[in-house]
Design a protein around this ligand. Structure first.
Ligand SMILES: Cc1cc2nc3c(=O)[nH]c(=O)nc-3n(C[C@H](O)[C@H](O)[C@H](O)COP(=O)(O)OP(=O)(O)OC[C@H]3O[C@@H](n4cnc5c(N)ncnc54)[C@H](O)[C@@H]3O)c2cc1C
Length: 380
């Protein structure tokens, strides 16, 4: 067993870390402040090939393994959690699923453009009454002579502000829940899509979240995978997405620890830096240990994703552990920085808000515990 990155993975990480420091970190505060989708940063990422990290080389991507992708998402999220999760939606939830289940024509039309960054992607699964209970799809896809009419509402669709294409899930067999959902590949300029900006959010501001109302016509050619098999595809995509969110959380947690350490070395009380006090050291030791343990789970889940068809339990464990560890890391960092951190506009204040969503999207922590429990109960 070798728990180290390969030379190629380390070299890619160094490249992405340099990109994040030069192009992402300087813009992170402004993305948070304005709440505007970071079009310029995404263009810069595209120029470095970072919108096609996991896309096979045959479709113009970098064709990287999931461990490389995971460490890249961690490095980018350390600079900006918003940019990190936007890339996770684009890659794990859409491009990977298209590569996995798309027809040759769909890949020719969209995968190349996603890999080059010419097109950005969104994933529309959640509805007002289908969040954790995602199988409760109320959006209906009704049969027409040449395809389907899709009518319904999707909520919290990340990247929707700038996306050119979305994977949209809709019920094709009412009453069958997860057995009767179909996935459709829908260009965002299809007539009949109404976009409504999401109300202001606590963190990962600038993610371009929108609610989407659909009354559209699509053809049979736009079905992704097989009819009625869409829910299974959504769950497949979320396995990769949870590795991505775990990596995002690790990046936020590491940024929080870095802030706290820099502060603890210079802030003096009772005549010495607070880093000298065991009370402060133990907080740092605990959160650094928890993040490192979560990182091992993220690497393990990424490796499982590369090697096996199902990585359901591994990816849920990684997301659960990393998001909760990162939440504690940002909380302890805030405690160490005290009033200096509590100030509106401080970096730790942003990280403290950003980290919270990692315990909510792509399945809440309760949903991850349900998946893990089902997996371990079935296996033993
Ligand atoms: C910033 C952001 C970005 C998002 N981006 C996207 C996106 O791009 N695409 C998309 O489709 N969705 C997206 N979402 C939606 C997200 O996936 C859902 O918010 C999430 O799945 C939880 O659903 P909900 O908010 O409806 O909570 P609910 O399902 O209403 O859950 C409420 C609470 O009840 C708990 N709960 C529910 N059922 C159970 C149970 N059986 N046992 C125990 N506890 C339970 C939950 O854990 C939670 O604590 C995004 C959300 C956010 C906040």
């Amino acid at each position: 067993m070798v728990l180290e990155l390969t030379d190629a993975q380390s070299a890619f990480l160094a490249e992405v870390t340099a990109f994040a420091a030069a192009e992402v970190a300087p813009r992170a505060a402004a993305i948070d402040e304005t709440g505007e989708f970071p079009v310029g940063v995404m263009r810069a990422a595209a120029a470095h090939g970072l919108l096609g990290m996991t896309v096979p080389k045959a479709w113009g991507g970098l064709g990287l393994d999931y461990v490389s992708y995971g460490v890249a998402i961690e490095a980018i999220s350390r600079a900006s959690a918003t940019v990190g999760v936007s890339l996770v939606v684009h890659h794990s939830l859409v491009a990977d699923l298209l590569a996995h289940a798309g027809r040759a024509r769909q890949k020719d039309e969209w995968l190349r453009r996603l890999a080059s960054g010419e097109a950005l992607a969104a994933f529309a699964l959640s509805e007002p009454d289908a969040g954790t209970d995602a199988a409760n799809q109320q959006t209906r896809a009704e049969r027409t002579s040449h395809g389907y009419r899709i009518i319904g509402r999707k909520v919290w669709v990340a990247n929707a502000d700038a996306a050119s294409v979305a994977i949209v899930f809709a019920c094709t067999r009412p009453g069958l829940r997860g057995q009767g959902v179909t996935a459709f590949l829908v260009p965002m300029d299809t007539p009949g899509i109404t976009r409504t900006a999401r109300a202001d959010s606590l963190g990962v501001r600038g993610l371009g979240c929108m609610d989407l109302d659909f009354d559209i016509e699509v053809t049979d050619e736009q079905v992704l995978g097989s009819v009625d098999q869409g829910f299974r595809l959504a769950m497949w995509a979320l396995q990769g997405g949870r590795v991505g969110v775990a990596a995002q959380a690790l990046g936020i947690g590491e940024a929080a620890i870095a802030e706290a350490i820099a502060f603890a070395k210079v802030r003096q009380t009772f005549g010495q830096p607070i880093a000298k006090y065991e009370a402060v050291q133990w907080m740092l030791a605990d959160v650094a240990t928890e993040l490192e343990a979560a990182r091992m789970l993220m690497w393990k889940a990424a490796d499982a994703k590369d090697r096996q068809e199902r990585s359901r339990v591994e990816s849920s464990m990684a997301k659960l552990a990393a998001s909760e560890a990162a939440h504690r890391a940002s909380d302890k960092a805030m405690q160490i920085m005290a009033s200096a951190g509590y100030r509106r506009g401080s970096t730790i204040e942003r990280l403290f808000r950003d980290v919270r969503a990692t315990e909510i999207y792509q399945g809440t922590s309760e949903a991850q515990r349900m998946i893990i429990a089902q997996g371990i109960l079935a296996a033993r």
